[in-house]
Structure formats: structure tokens, C-alpha cells
Design a protein around this ligand. Structure first.
Ligand code: URA
Ligand code: SF4
Length: 269
């Protein structure tokens, strides 16, 4: 899939070391029952300094075989979507809510998601992406609890200083042709979200050295799996939407309370 391969070279040493440590822990993890049926755990891959992180649901057949995320049909579509958004795999980081394949591709269960969440927490904190893109329901609920994907796909909200964008899962586009174009047009907006995130979330400047690394104590607590201090208030600060004004208006007319979307036209696009 990724001809160039993941780019892990430029990351701050501590971050790279701890990311590799997490990956090693995931590969031998037995924290939930998915460990008994997997062939390979799939920790995730990409740039440890990525500005944009994609979070899917869980490995499928091919991912389980190859120990890499999104390498099957959904992966092919994701690659197309990344291209639409002007991104490439080596520049982003891609992982999943659960790192091991649920048998027969069933939905991951709450105990499995719970058991696995510490790895994702630590990956997010270490990479410190400015933008998180959720792919499908299971990663969406983590950032947009109580929302419905059909209502908020292609929309973003700033949470804990990151812009979180909810997208349909690429596999949904494979199963339902009518969704494929919707997903494509949602991804077409991603550069606008990225641009906006760079402006809005300015202090976290992306320097030549990459994103500012977590400090040593923070990194240490991440690796030991202690709870993070920063992420317990996953409170929405603002809802934003990057799309043509008429479309924004149309969507704004949904039954959502007006205050929810007061800041809908945050982007002047
Ligand atoms: N679907 C996912 O959610 N993740 C993968 O890695 C592959 C398919
Ligand atoms: Fe461990 Fe996550 Fe795999 Fe469960 S899904 S065994 S918690 S790595």
C-alpha cells in the first residue's frame, strides 16, 4: 500500500522510543480476548510526528495477516481518500480503536475497546497530532459521544486542543455505493480543516523538528500507562464545519438545538 513506508525517522528520540515500546507491548498484549484469535496485533503505523492521525475500528483479515492497518479493500479506498485530501500515508499516522482483529470482523465489544484504550491514549499523547480523524462509529464515540455518524460526518469539533473530524468508515463506502461520494466530498474538506486547525491551534507550532514532544515526565507516565491528566475533560469547545455555506445552512436546520451549532459557521469559507 504505502510504497514509501512509514516515516518514523524525524521524531524526537523519546517519542520514537516510546512509540516503539507501545508497539512491542501491543504485539504481545493479552489484555482482552481478541488476543486468543488474532494472527498479529496491529499497533498502527505512520509518522510519529504526524499532524493528522486517523483512527479506524479494528484490523480485518488482511490487516491481521500483515500486521499493518488498512491494507485490504478499505485500505485501498482510504488511500484514495488520503490522496483526495492531499495527504499520503507516510505523512499521517493510522491506527485503530482495537489493535487485534475481532473474529469474523464482528464489532469490537465494549470490554475489548476498554482494555485497548490505554494504547490509543498513549499514541495520541505521544504523537500529539493537531487533527484527529475518526473513521466510523467506534472511534467516533470516543470523541463525539452521543452523536450519530449520519449527522456529524464531515464535521469537526475542537477537543482538548485538537481538531477532531468525524468521517464515515471507508468500508461503509464499499458496501454502500451512495456513501462513497459522500465520503469523498467529506475528505475533500480535510485540507480546510487542517488549515483552520493550524490557525486556531496556533501555539502548537509544527517546527522543522516536528510537533513539540511531550516532556519527560509526561512521556514516562504514558509509557507506564498511568492515566493522563489532560484528556479527562473531553469537552466540546466549539463545533466547526468546513463546507459551502448553503450546505452548512441546510445542515444547520436539523433538529439539533441551535446552541449546539451556534459556532457552526466558524469557518468563513
Ligand atoms: N478497518 C479498520 O477499521 N481498520 C483497519 O485497519 C482495516 C479495516
Ligand atoms: Fe491487547 Fe488491544 Fe489486542 Fe485486546 S485488542 S489483546 S487489549 S492489543
Amino acid at each position: 500500500m504505502s510504497e514509501e513506508g512509514p516515516n518514523t525517522k524525524g521524531a524526537p528520540l523519546l517519542v520514537a522510543a516510546h512509540m516503539r515500546e507501545i508497539e512491542a507491548q501491543v504485539r504481545v498484549c493479552k489484555l482482552c480476548k481478541l488476543s486468543r484469535t488474532r494472527t498479529n496485533a496491529v499497533p498502527g503505523e505512520g509518522d510519529y510526528r504526524a499532524e493528522v492521525m486517523f483512527i479506524g475500528e479494528g484490523p480485518g483479515y488482511h490487516e491481521d495477516r500483515q500486521a499493518r492497518p488498512f491494507v485490504g479493500n478499505a485500505g485501498d479506498f482510504l488511500n484514495e481518500l488520503l490522496e483526495i485530501a492531499g495527504l499520503s500515508r507516510p505523512r499521517v499516522f493510522i491506527t485503530n480503536v482495537v489493535k487485534c482483529r475481532p473474529p469474523n470482523n464482528r464489532d469490537p465489544e465494549p470490554d475489548e475497546i476498554g482494555a485497548c484504550s490505554g494504547y490509543l491514549d498513549r499514541q495520541i499523547a505521544l504523537i500529539n497530532p493537531r487533527i484527529i480523524v475518526t473513521l466510523g462509529r467506534f472511534s467516533m464515540v470516543r470523541f463525539f459521544p452521543g452523536e450519530r455518524i449520519s449527522q456529524i460526518h464531515g464535521m469537526a469539533r475542537v477537543i482538548d486542543g485538537r481538531m477532531c473530524v468525524a468521517m464515515y468508515h471507508p468500508a461503509a463506502g464499499l458496501h454502500q455505493a451512495s456513501l462513497a461520494d459522500i465520503i469523498r466530498s467529506d475528505f475533500r474538506k480535510l485540507p480546510l480543516f487542517i488549515e483552520q486547525a493550524r490557525k486556531m491551534l496556533a501555539p502548537a507550532v509544527q517546527t522543522d523538528e516536528g510537533q513539540p514532544a511531550a516532556d519527560d515526565t509526561e512521556v514516562k507516565s504514558l509509557v507506564t500507562g498511568e492515566p493522563l491528566k489532560t484528556s479527562d475533560t473531553a469537552e466540546a469547545e466549539v463545533l466547526v464545519q468546513a463546507q459551502a455555506p448553503e450546505a452548512a445552512q441546510k445542515r444547520g436546520k436539523r433538529e439539533k438545538s441551535e446552541s449546539d451549532y451556534k459556532q457552526l459557521n466558524f469557518f468563513d469559507l
